[in-house]
Design a protein around this ligand. Structure first.
Ligand code: 13P
Ligand code: SF4
Length: 330
C-alpha cells in the first residue's frame, strides 16, 4: 500500500531498519525480485557502485530494451525512467525519487513544442532524449549526445529539420554537420553554467591538461575542448588518452568512474561561473540515494506510468533511434 504521505513527497521516506547494510540488502532484494539496477554516471558514487549497470543515456535505453529482469530500478532522472517504461511496457520501472526531473526536459513543454512543430511544416523533428514522453510523441527521431551527429547525418543534407530542446547541442551539431536545423531555445541549468574564464585559468595552472566537454555546454566552452562527447565518450577518452590530467566540463558525478578506471590520473572538475563550489552538480541526479533505492525496491514504488496514447507515439521515435544506432554500430 502506497502511503499518501509518500505520494505527496514523491518517494518512500520510511525509516531504515537498524544496523542494515544497505548495499547488501539492496543486492539481496534484486536477487529475490529479479530486479536490475541501472545508474547514470551523474548519480552519487555509492549509487553507481550498487548498480548492475552504469552508463550514458543511450546505453541505459539500450540496456533497458534488452533486459529480462521483471523490475528495472532506474537511478537517474524521470525521462530515463519514462524511456525504459515505453520500451518495456510490461515491466515495472522504478525511479527512486519522482522529484528527479531535468531542467532541459522541462524547458520544452510538449504543447509548446507541438505548436513549434506545427509552425514548421515539412520539417523532420529530432529531439534529444532529455525530453518528456509527451514531447517524444511529437518527434520523428530521438537522439542522445552519443549518436546525434550520426543520426542527423543519416538524413539527406537538404532535409529541413527541427532540433530540440537543447540549443547548445543543436548549435554544436549544426556546426559539425554543416546543417541549419531550426533550434528550440532550451538548455540545462548545470551545463549552461560552466565558466569559460575559470577553465582558462585552470588551463594556465595545468598546461598539459586535456579539456573534456559535454556538448550541452555553451559554444565558447565547447571551443576549448580537446574532446567533446557524451558522458560515455568522455570517460572512454580519459581512459585511452595518454594525458595524465583532465579538466572535466560536465556534471561532476562522472569523475567517480574516471577515477576508478584511472586511479593514477588527475581529474579536475570545471567550476561554475558563480563560484559557489568547485564543481557543478545536477541537483536532480543527486536526489537518488541508497536509502531511496532500498525503500523503492522494498515497496516497488514509485513506479513510472506513461499514458498509453503518448507511449504509442513516443515508442516510434525512440525505437527509430535504437534501430539507426544499431545499424551504425553505436
Ligand atoms: P549523456 O547522454 O551524455 O549521458 O548525458 C545525459 C545528460 O543528462 C547530460 O546532462
Ligand atoms: Fe538534465 Fe542537466 Fe541534470 Fe542532465 S545535468 S539530467 S540535462 S538537468
Amino acid at each position: 500500500m502506497v502511503d499518501n504521505k509518500w505520494k505527496e513527497k514523491g518517494y518512500v521516506d520510511e525509516p531504515l531498519p537498524q544496523n542494515v547494510d544497505l548495499k547488501s540488502e539492496i543486492r539481496q532484494m534484486c536477487h529475490e525480485k529479479n530486479a536490475v539496477i541501472m545508474a547514470h554516471y551523474y548519480t552519487e558514487g555509492v549509487v553507481q557502485d550498487v548498480a548492475d549497470f552504469v552508463g550514458d543515456s543511450l546505453a541505459l535505453a539500450q540496456k533497458a530494451a534488452q533486459t529480462d529482469a521483471d523490475i528495472i530500478v532506474m537511478c537517474g532522472v524521470h525521462f530515463m525512467g519514462e524511456t525504459a517504461k515505453i520500451l518495456c511496457p510490461s515491466k515495472k520501472v522504478i525511479v527512486p525519487d519522482l522529484n528527479a526531473t531535468c531542467s532541459l526536459a522541462e524547458s520544452c513543454p510538449a504543447e509548446d513544442f507541438a505548436r513549434f512543430v506545427a509552425d514548421h511544416p515539412g520539417h523532420t523533428v529530432i529531439s534529444y532524449v532529455n525530453t518528456t514522453a509527451a514531447t517524444k510523441a511529437v518527434t520523428d527521431v530521438v537522439v542522445t549526445s552519443s549518436n546525434a551527429r550520426q543520426i542527423v547525418e543519416s538524413f539527406p543534407k537538404d532535409t529541413p529539420m527541427i532540433f530540440g530542446p537543447d540549443r547548445n547541442l543543436g548549435n554544436y551539431i549544426n556546426s559539425i554537420t554543416g546543417r541549419s536545423m531550426v533550434l528550440w531555445d532550451g538548455c540545462c541549468h548545470v551545463h549552461e553554467k560552466f565558466s569559460l574564464e575559470k577553465i582558462l585559468e585552470l588551463k594556465k595552472q595545468h598546461p598539459d591538461a586535456k579539456v573534456l566537454v559535454h556538448p550541452e555546454c555553451k559554444g565558447a566552452v565547447v571551443k576549448l575542448a580537446d574532446k567533446v562527447g557524451s558522458t560515455a565518450a568522455l570517460l572512454k577518452y580519459s581512459i585511452e588518452d595518454s594525458a595524465q590530467t583532465f579538466i572535466v566540463a560536465t556534471e561532476s558525478g562522472i569523475l567517480h568512474e574516471m577515477k576508478k578506471a584511472c586511479p593514477q590520473k588527475t581529474f579536475i572538475p570545471a567550476p561554475p561561473e558563480d563560484g559557489s563550489c568547485a564543481c557543478n552538480e545536477c541537483n536532480y541526479m543527486k536526489l537518488v540515494t541508497l536509502q531511496k533505492i532500498y525503500n523503492s525496491l522494498k515497496h516497488e514504488w514509485p513506479s513510472i506510468e506513461v499514458d498509453a496514447e503518448v507511449a504509442k507515439k513516443a515508442v516510434v521515435s525512440i525505437e527509430r533511434m535504437l534501430e539507426i544506432s544499431e545499424k551504425l554500430g553505436i
